[in-house]
Write a protein that binds this ligand. Structure first.
Ligand SMILES: NC(=O)c1ccc[n+]([C@@H]2O[C@H](COP(=O)([O-])OP(=O)(O)OC[C@H]3O[C@@H](n4cnc5c(N)ncnc54)[C@H](OP(=O)(O)O)[C@@H]3O)[C@@H](O)[C@H]2O)c1
Length: 294
């Protein structure tokens, strides 16, 4: 039986419904949940969809009680792609307070978005990862019923990887190839990730869940497919792995957000070809049709 709006469970999106994953969560949950969001810049789209928006920086919230009032499920998507160490530390501290308060207030289920394993050097020294892992560990050590979902490279409208790669191919008819391109990726549709979050939110066990898409691509085959989708023959500018990392450092130093050195190292380390997530009612979306429209 359909629940009246007042009877629907309340989902709090920490990080909101405006980022890549957040937008897909809004599409997935708005029909059968009451939604609340907390992030710094709530959007008109959220208001139009009936989300109860609370503008706040998660790093500065000392008491999550008012944000968690009546909440059944928390989904945390808040993170930065790049920032100074102090900003990562402050955000992680805020999220640790969220975990404590969610535990104290008896939130039914806590779904935390994390990332796959990275090379040991990055895991040990990159604030993006050391602080993310501090949050992961706090969730796992809590008494919460939780799922830590660790998706690989995501694709979907407005993503910052495949859509950007496709634009480069279409504009310049060339693409940089890092090393031999023999490492793997298994892109996951962001809409499938939203369905995974729903499924994990409904399950009971405390779990850490890697989530790959349906196909494990050799990276170079994927970039060849990008050229095919653009109707162009593949043409590469070859860079050694080290050269690619150096180039990304240079782009960073020039203030570009196109590509970060840690992303290149992660890709080259061959840790992003995760196995397909199993358990959704319908098959995971392959990336091919997306490449044709990107
Ligand atoms: N994209 C991928 O390929 C990918 C792959 C694996 C895992 N993930 C993980 O999935 C999650 C979501 O990724 P995404 O690609 O959707 O990122 P995104 O597009 O950058 O969205 C992240 C959201 O977090 C919010 N946020 C950031 N700092 C905040 C703060 N201090 N307080 C409150 N909200 C804050 C931002 O909203 P405001 O700016 O309005 O505050 C933003 O909309 C992240 O944890 C990411 O690590 C992403």
């Amino acid at each position: 039986m359909t629940k009246s709006p007042a009877e629907r469970p309340l989902l709090l999106a920490v990080g909101g419904f405006e980022g890549l994953v957040g937008r897909a969560l809004l599409r997935e949950f708005h029909a059968d949940h009451r939604l609340r969001s907390v992030h710094r810049r709530p959007s008109p789209a959220e208001v139009a969809a009936g989300v109860e928006v609370r503008a706040a920086d998660a790093a500065r919230i000392a008491d999550w009680g008012p944000f968690l009032e009546g909440v059944d499920t928390v989904v945390n998507v808040a993170w930065y792609r790049q920032a100074r160490r102090a900003r990562f530390v402050a955000l992680a501290d805020g999220l640790l307070r969220l975990v404590q308060d969610a535990e104290r207030l008896g939130v039914r289920r806590f779904v935390h978005l994390s990332v796959p394993d990275a090379p040991p050097g990055l895991e040990a020294g990159l604030p993006y990862l050391t602080e993310k892992r501090r949050v992961d560990r706090a969730v796992a050590a809590s008494r919460l019923s939780y799922a830590i979902v660790r998706p690989t490279m995501l694709f979907g409208e407005g993503d910052r990887l495949l859509t950007v790669m496709s634009r480069i191919v279409r504009r310049y008819h060339r693409f940089p190839m890092f090393g031999d391109g023999g490492y793997h990726v298994s892109p996951l549709a962001v809409e499938d990730l939203a369905r995974i979050v729903r499924r994990e939110a409904e399950l009971g066990p405390r779990a850490t869940v890697p989530a790959g898409g349906p196909e494990r691509w050799v990276y170079r085959d994927l970039t060849d497919a990008l050229f095919r989708a653009a109707g162009l023959p593949p043409r590469y500018v070859h860079l050694s792995g080290r050269g690619a990392v150096r180039l990304a450092h240079l782009l960073e130093a020039l203030g570009s957000s196109l590509l970060y050195a840690y992303e290149v190292e992660w890709l080259l380390s061959d840790r992003l070809g995760l196995a397909p997530y199993a358990g959704l009612a319908r098959p995971l979306e392959p990336v091919g049709p997306f490449l044709a429209r990107a």
